[in-house]
Design a binder for this molecule. Sequence first.
Ligand code: NAP
Ligand code: G3H
Length: 480
Amino acid sequence: MFENIKKEYCYGNFLNGEWAFFDKCLDIIDPTSKKLVGRISQMKHEDVDNAIESCSSAQKEWGKMPTNERAKILHKAANLLVENQDHIADILMHEIAKDKKSCLSEINRTADFIKFTADEGERTIGEALNADNFPGVKTNKLAFVIREPLGVVLAISPFNYPINLSASKIAPALIAGNSVLLKPPTQGALSAMHMVEIFNQAGLPAGVLNTITGKSSEIGDYVVTHPKIDFINFTGSTKVGKHIASISGMVPLIMELGGKDAAIVLDDANLEDAANDIVSGAFSYSGQRCTAIKRVIAVDSIVDKLIELILPKVKELKVGNPKDSTITPLVNDKAKDFVLELMHDAEEKGAVRLIGGNYEDNLVYPTVYDKVTEEMRLAWEEPFGPVLPIIRVNNIDDAISLANKSQYGLQSSVFTMNINNAFYVAKRLEVGTVHINNKTERGPDHFPFSGIKNSGMGTQGIKYSIEAMTRRKNIVLEYN
Ligand code: NAP
Ligand code: G3H
């Protein structure tokens, strides 16, 4: 099934219905074994031009295809993804050191996402408005508000969910009649290319989905400022997202960026449940999730008891090879160095290490700090690794105020058995989503998912993504 997508370890790019190969390739190294997993093509500006041109011309016919026919192709792709899950999960595990169980769950979740998107697309309708609802105007008018595709959508995905966060842009864009240019993450591109081949096998017409790979420093700015890109759907770091927003001009954007999600634990919380959620929320995929719990803000009266419950659960986390561990090597040495830098800064400033702190190569052991204060970088920065700071506060208002001091505003959790306290906090937190008695997480994928402040702009989620990647067209009829 995937024989055509690479030549001698170097993966091609999917362009106009075929796999095209390029002279220069970049090595993709397994973060665990440090062995070569594969290589990706290094494209140049003119290759990017060709890919966009092909998307632009293919979109014209694709946009006219009945939605129910587009939906059939998406359903077929979802089924093929499930059929090939073992093979793709293996590539994913080797490429980004994600534990095998999470790789399989990412693939199955993506298949469900694609199917739900196909069905949602079939339900997407416009509206009709009567002129006489508005005072002082002619009454013999009707507006037909229909939705049209935007054109060429540029989808840029991050390393930590190369399949899911590519598909969550591709599927809504396609069902709405757009064509898609996918720029996968360099580390993650091999897995993403397998999914692209699945769309090909499902019968997507040539040019409707093209891919580009290469060094971001060479093709990144070029593609995001290209005049034939009609929408940019980006997930990644705040630094890169802000840069893209600053140069892309008058192109609509969805930006899903970094986070510093807080778990606020109040004195009336079910502490056992909170501890379970905090540990899985903070440490799954070694904390390399935008929605990972990245700080615990707990009131003084219960914090010692909470720590007592958290620590044994952290001790139980299996550390090692992605084949069977939760805590796996970080994606590269740079990521590991950054995590260690934040840990050193916290320790120098007096944070109390409760567990962890050790590492082997780029495998960092799960680490928890108590008595983290506002002076420490760990209180504010996103480690994207398995390190969890606990910050003690006096009361509910201090917890809210500390949570809101963050530059980020993705999600937060509040743990309390008092519904009034839950809503008191939820209404005051400056984030896109508040979870009550639940860890922070993006899914289910039809829920709206948006970040505010430096966590992004716009809303993802199946219906919301379709809405974002269509425009309203108003056709007005005046009758006698
Ligand atoms: P990243 O370094 O910002 O990269 C994200 C994507 O942008 C990659 O495909 C990258 O390509 C590409 N890119 C880099 N520079 C570019 C440029 N100038 N123009 C166009 N594209 C460019 O992020 P990451 O390290 O992959 O992911 C981790 C970050 O993403 C964390 O901050 C995390 O919080 C955030 N994230 C947020 C969400 C969310 O939904 N809010 C979800 C997942 C991750 P290369 O790989 O080739 O550099
Ligand atoms: O890394 C960011 C993802 O959007 C997080 O998704 O909460 O399902 O792990 P998740």
